[in-house]
Design a protein around this ligand. Sequence first.
Ligand code: NDP
Ligand code: MG
Length: 381
Amino acid sequence: MGKKIILLGATGSIGVQTIDIIREHPEQFSLTGFSAGRNMELARKIIKEFEPEIVCVQNEQDAEALSREFPRTAFVFGGRGLIETAVYDADVLVNAVIGSVGLEPTLEAIKLGRTIAIANKETLVTAGHLVMESAKRYGAEILPVDSEHSALFQSLNGEKLEQATKLILTASGGSFRDSNRDQLKDVTVKEALDHPNWSMGAKITIDSATMVNKGLEVIEANVLFDFAYDDIEVLLHRESIIHSMVEFQDTSVMAQLGTPDMRVPIQYALTFPDRLPRPNAKRLNLAEIGKLHFREMDYVRFRALQLAFDAGRTGGTMTTVLNAANEQAVALFLDGRIKFLQIEEIIERAMDAHNPILSPDLETILHVDSETRKTVLNMLK
Ligand code: NDP
Ligand code: MG
């Protein structure tokens, strides 16, 4: 029957690609349960195809309607339901929800010693120390799904962590990599949603355009691999072929390369330490690509990345503020209520207004998260 998988965020971009992998390898994987938000059309299709034991949706009414339609599946809803689904008996929990709503389900699954494949980077940014400390305490394995972190993880395989000197994250530059700050003033939501290399959910596509995504990833790398911020570098690499690199003390650099396809790192998180074939996947053809380009990161042009390094170095609740302010600002931008450059302005103002609390507990983090969202909404008044 293979590995039993619980998938949070099944109706999202990472969720759908995780389901592709489960479908491609029926002997290796089965979908025991999943969560969806509001996309009931897709949720119904997934239930019909996989007949899972448990399903969580955001609204109670949707859960009731589904339970009349599919009497063999248990339906739960909302925040509590997400936790019930996360702790449901399985071999791997894939966390592919968007935003800090993924935090509590992750912490509860960790308490059961579950293996967690984590795409949900906001959870690691908002409360990385809680996640990693309790993973250690309960013996839960945390496997990265984010392509850069999967690349770092693979480049570190079989190596001694203390002999690695630098983590080098590559950045495509997002939708506006060739625009200057002046040209960013009046960009539209539609333009921002047009990513050159990756097809992803709306929020992370905006995060890539603002470079907040790389900032979240720098913090994610600090959390997952315990590297100091001075030892994490970001390199512009427009082709997204080298997914990230690790430098060692003898100056050797290990990199992981591939076509930009999230199913590769997702699958690796599901099969680690093994690898499975990907029958219909496009192979990397470097001769066809010909050239790879690299450029030094410009922290003035990409102000948000500087803010993320600042938040990470400050530590404590400052990364919670960075994340919550960004989540709220991106939602406002997608709603057409603020302009593109206001996203980083809002993050900076929220960080300036915050007195960080070091080593916060869960309650403090949840409080700071919700207060920050309110602060951001108040800025609009
Ligand atoms: P999407 O927006 O495509 O999907 C998000 C998923 O979460 C959907 O299933 C959505 O449900 C669900 N959801 C949204 N809000 C809530 C909520 N309040 N409560 C419960 N469920 C909710 O996101 P992505 O797949 O793009 O990203 C998921 C995570 O993976 C993010 O943390 C992102 O940063 C990270 N990531 C994504 C990559 C990508 O290629 N997309 C690459 C690397 C990392 P519904 O749609 O049904 O409402
Ligand atoms: Mg990434």
